[in-house]
Design a protein. Structure first.
Lengths: 236, 236, 236, 236, 236, 236
């Protein structure tokens, strides 16, 4: 069984942060280019979070061999619990960068999920396995016809966004966002504060409050909110 | 609670008209350009219908202020029951024109649904709220980075189709269609007639009839249909 | 009721072959261009398989009449059990090539499914009928405004792939693949062998095996696999 | 040398009709779907006109042979003066449907031009030969890798528009338009009348007339126009 | 002849500012969203500059009349020298927003150029007239079939960028950029300084200097540059 | 002045090989994936050839610094005569990967040309400098806003094709093709043979030969061709 040393409380907490909140807070922290554009949830859109392990494919050329064979397999064999596989295939739509075998291994290793700037296959099998994947679409063919697994654990581009090994990834029904690790603490602190306020705002709106009277929470609602918060705190 | 004066029987009846029927009947009535192209059902594809309230975004430019601040919030605060929010963002994919807070308020006001020529965020939250939204896709960022809520209750373009305040909108799994109010009565009358015939045709086809013997309903089936109709009428 | 002469055991067995397996095996057999690119499962993504019947639409031009009227209706009226309707509309997005009436008739005839290089309407109705359709998207309008049903039972292009009457089609969550009939036996034989191996590999991976130790199945696992196989065979 | 029987005065006159005029007049005559969408002038955008000869490619599949070999070569060998080659490759971008050899032969036969719903190669060579081609773009590879020349002299789709053998084609800097032969006389008559009026309107606008005072030509300008016309007629 | 009061020296000077320089300097001044994305030079790519007059089209709907008829004609009739026509058709590709008649009138009025988020026709005629147009492409049909000229002299979106009446527009081979008038003086001052430096850097690079030794101009080159500048100044 | 050691006779000979010939011959040599898809000639489409030097951009993220600053400048400063700059920006359209300053330096160093999977600016300036560039389009903004020059002299993807430092690149009006160096000699030998035959075939076609009688050159024309060839050889 994979070592769980990577599985830290940061990831557990990030799993509660909607990508919408993360995107917005990171922008406030000065990091705006964090959304992985063009990927769709293909097997599940429940929220997952993890630490990036990266894999880069290059287009196959018949006369070229990659620096090492099977680096994608090696990477997945060494995934640790709560690592998030980030695949850069530069948007290639003609060969799957992931199928149900590697997905099964990734899942067995405890992978948090997969984001792929490319396409996948065996969607039904991957759904059964229970691995959450965001990608450009599906293609039933293996990548062996079109792509070369070139290198791993390097900085990559994915959905037009730069991802480095060790970055955090959050993905949900809105898509996937990269969280620079140095900003994770500030993000979590702000996001958790916002979560409670957002829940309170939702309650007010549900009960018929006007928008400005509920979101962002106005000064006039602060006292009410503090009471709500202390009840919430007591319930934990 | 919002006044229900807008909620008229027209809307209740339009809710039973498939967009496929509406599109086709309106064409017969001389209005062909009624389909909002390029939008997908993102939170539910159950059929909804309502009266258009319009909101127009323009691209943000750092030195430009909109004529009034927060017009999108004001519009949603004044939505009446069964109004349908129609958002024109000219297809911009880089900032959400709707999130779960405004969606919650729209739902609390009794909004019928939302069609947006742009993207939305908080998809999971909006699903929980129960608001049906058709849009171009998702982006976790707020629109404040890319778009300006410019004006409301004006004629807009949405999905390549012109929509005016007060038009009816029907949306379902096939997409969204605008219904000019002056044609609503004729549409309903024709559509309701077709609905019964279509149900009867479906039954015939299910039972093995050839297409020409079932749809459009041939003269030879009229007597049978009249019997079916009278039984149906009796059951109401 | 349609004659079941077409429903042969080949189709029953193809229904168990994932498109991913079929695509890969056919490539090994020298036929690479078999994936129908750009179509999505719109009503169900359960796997279906059948024998191709083809229908070709051409763009409507107001002064041109097709060689015969209603050939699409005639084709669907004569579908046999387990035939798969393959529609070539050259990617036209402006008028539906299938609605719930023809879908009902196709289903009543025992059609296996539909792949369409075009758009469909009445998606909800077709879901209710239970017919599986892969297409480019939806449009609520009938094709009568934009397309002419031109000819049937001819060689067509669909999703950038050539399909001939009598080819087999398999479609599932990964998309649709054409199977040349002369390769069906070899495909089935190879695919069924692979299915058992794949199931065994999945089990190994689930139990924590490294990728090279599980897939493709290494020599060192052969004995173990043979035991698994004989148990499986005994269970049948 | 090719027989010039096809080269009729209709074609000579159509060469003077801008596609913009043709498109608009044909619409007035009840034929609206005549523009070949998505093609660009690749070797010259001077206006050319001719009579359609059609060629249809289908996607290559390794196990399929076309009904006859080299039908594209046979077609081009039998082009007559002022025939216009219309190629349907359903928008395939991966293999050229025309290169400089077939272009040289087409030019030697007196071809008017080529419209191709696909890509071409040897652009520079074709420019040197002097053949005008409208297509989707360029690809240096021959079509032998991706496409099969399937049939000739049949009704095809090209740029989303139906073209039949014997239709007229006009192409210029605005794109290409198909002219149904039964409407050619009415088109020419109307277009030639418009040409003189348009020339007169241009002159008025150049001299500072307001738009309504020049185009469409108002009643108040009729006398002046008749004088202009009689001078023009005298000059011929 | 049009009054030349609008033709100010600002425009004359902007004509010398490459869009690349303008885009970059405006970003430095805090206005980043100024590039009109997706438009191509269709009749000439020489640099032009002018003051924006705006025109907004909405999609045609058969039952809707625009607030006033022919507002596009009225706008063009009242263009002043060096005004730049900015057309918002939300990217519609199916009907031309400009043809050679309105182009002739615009040119006669002294228009600087046209940017259109839509398509144009009569490209050859407009080239002959000498009006520079940036647009999405060409379509030979008039807009009367698909678009309604809705309003003029209002804030519009064009190429994903907001444009207000009175903004400056510069367009050249790189595309078109909007210049907020309040930033024009600062832009010109900075741009003209850069132009001389850029010319000097180009000379250094042409003569073999390394990039860091030439651009941006390093301190070590300042004295040399001042000499170059004084010679240039003397030559004026 | 740059050392000319790289400028070998191979490059001089490749300059005479059309990309169409190169693509086809390389396919015959077993290397099929050599076309750089999606790039257009922006400053000139005359044929150029050279040896690849590679540059890879990654998307900018505000918190990330590239491994070294200004690697694009360093690369261009060290270009040798007849080297071909190959830029991988993964298709990013929002910031130029090349402007007139780096282009001037590249040209002064003797660069053969540039292929860029991204956009460029200062098109007019680069045309004046005389550097031939194939790219996705233009954007007036510098890349500093959107991209990071990440690494040089590594294997990259460009237009969906793998390019390694030291590969040859040929580009002309049909686009750009990569030539693996180990296949250069075989390509040249075959291409030069084909060039003479192609010239002879063109002559035959021009003089009215049927296609099969001219291309590919039939046995019956061999003697005639040998005479043509000996005259050609004598003329050299």
């Amino acid at each position: 069984m994979p070592d769980s040393s990577v599985a830290d409380s940061t990831i557990a907490r990030l799993r509660n942060v909607p990508t919408a909140t993360a995107k917005q807070v990171l922008r406030g922290l000065g990091v705006d280019r964090t959304f992985l554009f063009g990927l769709r949830a293909l097997t599940s859109d429940r929220r997952v979070a993890g630490k990036a392990r990266t894999l880069r494919f290059l287009p196959l050329r018949e006369d070229v061999k990659p620096p090492a064979q099977g680096v994608n397999r090696r990477l997945i064999d060494t995934l640790e619990r709560d690592e998030f596989l980030v695949i850069d295939a530069a948007g290639n739509m003609e060969g799957a960068v992931l199928g149900d075998m590697l997905a099964a291994r990734a899942h067995a290793r405890g992978a948090a999920g997969v984001v792929a700037d490319g396409v996948i296959r065996d969607v039904e099998g991957i759904r059964d396995i229970g691995l959450a994947v965001w990608a450009r679409g599906t293609h039933p063919d293996a990548n062996s016809r079109n792509l070369l697994a070139w290198e791993v654990d390097v900085t990559v581009g994915c959905g037009g966004t730069l991802v480095q090994p060790g970055d955090y990834i959050i993905a949900d029904a809105d898509g996937a966002v990269v969280v620079p690790p140095q900003h994770a603490a500030a993000l979590l602190s702000k996001a958790e504060e916002m979560a409670l306020e957002d829940e309170f705002s939702q309650r007010l709106l549900h009960d018929g409050a006007a928008i400005d009277d509920a979101y962002p929470l106005p000064q006039s609602r602060r006292a009410e909110f503090e009471k709500f918060k202390s009840i919430k705190d007591a319930q934990r």
